[in-house]
Every structure is written in C-alpha cells, then in structure tokens.
Ligand binder design. Structure first.
Ligand code: ATP
Ligand code: MG
Length: 564
C-alpha cells in the first residue's frame, strides 16, 4: 500500500528566492519548491517531488499509448554511429549531436531520436505483412546539445521523450496509425490538464496532415504561432495563407514614370514621394537553382525566405550578389519593376492580386513608375504565400484579425513515409508473396517538457499549482505546530491514505505555521488540509489551492470529500 509522505522525512528544501540565473517560471518554481536541481547547463536532477510529477505524466502517456495498441520497448541511448551515417543524420545534426568514442576509438553518439534504430529492430523482427501493423514506443532519455539550454526543463540537453514509431505495409495503414496517435495525444494532453492547439507543421503549399505539432500556449514558449480570436483556427506562422482576390484591371490611370534620385530602398522612396510603404511594390531578387527570380510583395511586408524555400524545394534559394548583375542590363539594382521584366520569372504574394496598382521601379537608375497595374502592365507567373505573417492579418478561415502568440511545442506527429525504410531496405513479404516496402510514422512527446509546460500554464504568484492528475499528492495536510494539531494531522493522513488518497503531510517540528503555509502554496498540491485552531474539537480547514476557497470540516467529512 502507498505510504503517507511525511515532510519531516522527505528530502525537500524550499527556497524563498528565485535562483539567480532563472528566466522562466518553471526554472524558478521547480527549483524553489524543491522538485529539480540543476546539475549542469540543460542537465537536471529530478528530486523526490519532481520525480512523482514526472512519473504521473509518464503514466498518462503510457496508458494512452497502450490503449492504441502501442508496445513499450526500451532502446539504448548510447548508439553506434553507422546507422546514423547511413541515414545522413550523423552529419545533418551538426553540433546538436553528442558524439563520443569508446576505448578502441570507435565512434558513438548519444541518441537525439531513434528512427534509425527502430527501423533496424523491425527489419530484424518482422518479415511478413502479417507481422504488421506495429506501433512501438519508449519513454527514454534523449540527448541534444542545444545551443541555448536556458529555459529550465523546457529545453534540456538531456531530456525525456516518449517516442513512438508506426510500421505499416500500406499508406492507408500509416494514415490510420497517424489518426490513432493524434487521438491519443488529444486524450493525453486533456488528462494532463494542458491547454493546447494542434497546428500543421508544414507550409500551406505541402498541405495535408502529414505533420502536426501540439502547442501549449505560454509566454515562455519558444515557438510563435497564429491564433484566431474569433474562430478555432490556429497555425504555424509558416502555414498561414492569404486568399487571392482579383479585381478589375480597368479604371486605373496610365503608367507614369517619376524622377526619384537616390531612392534605391522602399524607405527612401516612400519618403521622397510622401506615400506609405504599403503603396509601393518591393521586388526581391533571388537565385533559384542559380537562375534569377523576382519576388514581389507590398513594400511594407517582409519576405520569409524560409517559406519561399519550402515552396520551391527541392530547388535551392539564395540571395543575389553584385556579380549576378554583371551582363544583365535588364536588371537595375534598386530600381527593378515587374513591368518589362521579360526574361525573369515573377513570383508574387497574393496581396499583389490582379487589378491592384503599385509604385515600383522603372528598370532605370533613379526612376520609378506609378499606376503599375497587375494584370495590365505585368503578369505574375506564380502566386506563393511568401510574406512574414503579422498580427492583424486576416484569418484564412473567418477573416478576423489574427493574433501572434507564443507556445511550447509539447508534441509532434509525423507521417515519415519510406525514407528510413529505403535507407535500411525494410521490406516485408506481401500478400502476393512479393516484398513490400514498409511505411513509417514517428511521433514524439516531450515528457519532461510537459512538466515545464504545466508549470508555465498553471502556476500563480504563490507558486506551483498542479492539475490533479499530475500533482505529487492529492492533499497536503498541514499540522500547524501544537501536539494536538500534529496528532490530528497524522491521524487524518493515515485515514485518507487508507481510503486511497495520496497524502503529503507537513509534520515538521520547529517550523512556524507561516512557513508551512507558504511552503504548501509553493509546492502546489491541489488541496490543503489544515489542522489548526479547532483541532481539539476535531475540526479541520480545507483550502482549494487554485481558488483559495476555504471551508471547515470534521475528519469524517474531510475523508468523504477527498476520497470522492
Ligand atoms: P524544438 O523545435 O523545440 O527544438 P523539435 O521539433 O526539435 O523541438 P522533435 O524532434 O519533434 O523536437 O521532438 C519531439 C518532442 O520532444 C518535441 O515535440 C518536444 O516536446 C520534445 N523536445 C524536443 N527537444 C527537447 C529538449 N531539448 N528538451 C525537452 N524536450 C524536447
Ligand atoms: Mg518538432
């Protein structure tokens, strides 16, 4: 049977002050409440209370993974380099990978994630389509030499992840495994009491649900995402799309050239003409696989080169340099306009729709043109969403002004396809006796990060404030100090424990009631039960940690209430 946890014996040292180097709430509070201890940058020790919370999160994850038919395994963290060399990731990971040598000089790494090794396991264990589908998972320590591990357990260099991998003989099977994971993740994060959004992790161009992220909104988050205040639309900033709305090209005055000396930038041009930057058309020149391409966006918007790169992949996108203008009389640096740019492919943002009129370069030094109308004076070869999304941009679903918010990535689900199966030639014998290449999904949850996300979302000025499912105890019993109070506190604690309630009791001698109350608030167990003034009459005070509501109860009432 579970034991009452007695503060007098528990290794927990609370601190009044935040650690000097702490920037985030989870770092400050988990250290101050004695849940974790920093061992080195991004490397954490889980102390008794912290380990309880960590295990509660892990238990929820495990139960829901088991419920979708996941089979738990445990792979090593210390790995030979060869499989990662085969996949190319030994190089690709760069400085993120911890590399080491054994005594014979052979190369090893500390696993950052395990697609390669799981693929090898399944190749070894499964040979027929009858052995599939398979979902394997582990809750295991991962290693990534993060550049700035400064957000407490939110971003560790050593951290705990649930990683699972699905193996199927068909695309339909993969879609099903993906849907199972998505639903399991929803149940997991709901049970944990996390507020979260699901966003597509890939740009609109690739579309679909091949990869989605689970984001927990919190100011300490390192990801930015867009959120609609009016409807349930949420997306990765890279995935926001803007609808193309063509209007009539008629009714505009004719193109007029303007003398605009020394105005090679949007700022200098807008100032010279006394117009807003949004009235001008910015034409960024880039090289796509070596060929010069112009990208048109409104003058007040920035081009997101990452988004552009994703749209044009696998082609490579680079910025142009001075040499690229040599022998190109058609390209006048700083004065490029899409009208008359015959030899250059023109990509534009949908904001540059047919019928819109612009001030733009006249393709002559120190000259610009106005009344340059899209669809009349120039044509767009390809419309791509390439501008950096800004707060207030219209929601693609309902048109309301979007918000930009910060969030923590707590989970990621991904239809990998046959990438690793191809690398390791993972085939099974199909129904017709011919080999079938296996298709794979990979799915992660940051288990230690989820603990941090819970703190970031639920803590208040007094300290931690755990949702019931993950709290280190159900009730924190406080013995105010006198013998009769300690006696009552211990008595009710034993009775609660016998009724299946998880109890932490502050039975410390020589600690003032004030300190005990402050510690109880800081430690953050959902219910606080105080044996105080009316202990001699057998009356206790029950306080809700979150709402602060209090009520007086007899021992029997307290037990009935808390074991309900
Ligand atoms: P990030 O963008 O935050 O670096 P990632 O996209 O590289 O994360 P994945 O490879 O998708 O992370 O890993 C799966 C999950 O593991 C993430 O969704 C996240 O919850 C968790 N995770 C990743 N890196 C860390 C870390 N350094 N510390 C704690 N948890 C992490
Ligand atoms: Mg990710």
């Amino acid at each position: 049977m579970a034991q009452v946890q007695r503060m007098s014996r528990l290794m927990v040292k609370t601190l009044r002050d935040d650690p000097a180097d702490a920037e985030t709430l989870n770092h400050k509070l988990l250290v101050r409440a004695g849940y974790v201890r920093r061992t080195a940058a991004g490397i954490w020790t889980w102390l008794p209370l912290g380990k309880k919370v960590y295990e509660n999160v892990a238990r929820v994850v495990r139960e829901e993974m088991d419920a979708i038919g996941g089979q738990e395994v445990l792979l090593p963290a210390l790995l030979p380099k060869e499989p990662y060399e085969a996949s190319g990731r030994y190089e690709e990971y760069g400085d993120l990978l911890f590399r080491l040598k054994d005594r014979k000089g052979s190369d090893y790494l500390l696993g950052p994630t395990h697609e390669e090794i799981f693929t090898q396991v399944v190749k070894d264990q499964c040979s027929s389509y009858k052995d599939l589908p398979v979902i394997l998972y582990q809750i295991q320590t991962k290693y990534r030499d993060e550049a700035r591990p400064r957000a407490g357990v939110l971003r560790g260099r050593e951290f705990q992840m649930k990683d699972s991998y699905s193996f199927d003989a068909s695309d339909e099977g993969l879609a099903e495994a993906y849907a199972l994971h998505r639903a399991a993740y929803q149940r997991i994060f709901e049970r944990l009491g996390l507020d979260y959004r699901i966003v597509s992790a890939v740009s609109g161009a690739m579309g679909g649900s091949a990869s989605e992220e689970f984001l927990a909104p919190a100011p300490a988050g390192e990801d930015t995402f867009v959120d609609c205040p009016e409807c349930d639309y949420a997306a990765n900033t890279e995935a926001v799309t803007f609808a193309l709305k063509p209007v009539s090209v008629d009714g505009h005055p004719a193109v007029e050239e303007l003398d605009t000396p020394d105005t090679p930038t949007i700022e200098t041009l807008a100032e010279h003409l006394g117009v807003p930057a949004s009235a001008t058309l910015k034409n960024l020149l880039v090289k796509v696989d070596g060929e010069i391409v112009a990208v048109g966006v409104p003058g007040d918007r920035e081009v997101d080169l990452g988004k552009l790169g994703e749209h044009l992949a696998p082609a490579e996108v680079e910025l142009v340099t001075a040499e690229d203008f040599e022998g190109r009389d058609d390209l006048v640096r700083g004065y490029v306009g899409p009208q008359g740019l015959e030899k250059v492919r023109y990509i534009a943002d949908p904001r540059v729709a047919p019928g819109t009129s612009w001030i733009t370069g006249a393709n002559k030094a120190d000259r610009h043109a106005r009344n340059v109308v899209c669809g009349r004076d120039f044509e767009v070869d390809d419309y791509l969403d390439v501008v950096v999304v800004e707060a207030g941009d219209p929601c693609p679903a309902c048109g309301a002004g979007l918000r930009l918010d910060r969030a923590i990535e707590i989970g990621h689900i991904f239809q990998l396809g046959r990438k690793y199966a191809d690398t390791f030639q993972l085939d099974v014998l199909g129904q017709n006796g011919k080999p079938v290449r296996v298709t794979m999904g990979s799915y992660g949850i940051g288990v230690s990060r989820a603990v941090a996300a819970l703190v970031e979302q639920s803590a208040d000025e007094q300290g931690l404030c755990w949702p019931a499912e993950v709290a280190p105890a159900d009730v924190h019993v406080v013995a105010a100090g006198k013998a009769v109070q300690t006696e009552l506190a211990l008595d009710v604690s034993e009775q609660l424990n016998a009724a299946g309630v998880r109890v932490l009791v502050d039975d410390r001698a020589g600690v003032s009631p004030g300190v005990k109350f402050t510690d109880a608030e800081l430690i953050g167990v959902p219910k606080i039960l105080v044996a105080g003034r009316r202990s001699a009459e057998g009356v206790l005070e029950l306080k809700d940690r979150r709402t602060g509501e209090r009520e007086e109860l007899s021992v029997a009432e307290a037990i009935a209430r808390l074991s309900a």
